[in-house]
Design a protein around this ligand. Sequence first.
Ligand code: SF4
Length: 391
Amino acid sequence: MPERKAYSHTRLSQYVACPAQLGFTEAKAPQERGRPLLVGIVAHQAIEDYMTDCVARRIPSDVDAVARIMDGLSIDRKDVLPAQVDLVRAEVGRLVMDFAETYPVPMDRKLMLEQELAFTHDWQPTSWWGPQVRWRSKLDCLEVSGTQARIRDWKTGQYVPTEDEVREGGQLDRYALAVFKAFPDVTEVDCEYQYIRRRYTQAFAVHRDQAPAIQEEVEHLMAAADADDDKEAVPGPACGTCFYRMACQDYLTCDRRTATPDSTAELAALHYLLKARAKDVEAALKERLKVEGVITLPGGKKTLQYTGSTKWSIQDVQNTMGELLGLGVKLKDCWGALTLSKTKVESLLKKVWPGREGAAKRKDMLDTILKQHGVAGTENRLTLKAVKHDG
Ligand code: SF4
């Protein structure tokens, strides 16, 4: 009988999306973590701090507390680059403000924040890191009152899936199963995905009589993952959000990947399109640029040139592109902005905050970007410059 491993919703989702993803996770392979993910991790901590503060002071909502919470928030993480700290802090601050303005903190019931529920293979509660642990669920927010429970999951990204996609993913159904196991009196769990940036909630209820079907599916997937020694890679749509692309040979050699030109041009494209953060990619690109001087980008219409004398580093460009994409600027517009400049960044920000009414927000964000990633002058000072060329 194969070894019984410990699973969570995330791990089972990885397995369903592509068995190799779970294999990489189990092997503790290095992950490529983009800025939106880091913002999400830090935002969860900040929201927890904000709610704890409201509960302590018996105030359901207090937008004035957000600045104080943010001042006290440490972003001391190895995976947040020093140049990113202020931007991550600014973005998390906006998320917490959106949260404070949208979601009151209930005062009439006990809140369990970042609640960890862990179970053995026969669904007996156990400790999170216990030797017998088989299933773990970490709930952003749990409220239990008699036979009713409410679970909430904060979503900090831009994307809002359809309700069908959400139910198919099964995250809160599986969390509801954990609540039924941990709280025998609970007969119904109200589930809410809260998309904070959009100030939008998707809600549904899970009843105790649905628990056996959820449990059966979870156990079936855990058994399949246990028995799957090969965990083969299945390149496909899941590659788009996979943290392990740069380590995955199946991805690196698949049609999906080779559809774009390889070699240096591809490395450059990866950087500009924020598909890679790995230092070795940056180093390889710089080396190739030193040798080649000019690199033709995919499509052959543009080149990258290395001038080596200006202020924006490749990391600055990458981070700025990350900001713009994170704000909702379309990828194709960023691609058209390979010659990044203050003017170009301004024009891209207009797509997010148009017109006069958006002027103040544009200015704030432009100042932040220039402070973090460039120089606050009017000149175009890129280390890497993309220029059109004939042929
Ligand atoms: S990059 Fe694609 S194929 Fe490779 S592990 Fe990730 S999802 Fe699977």
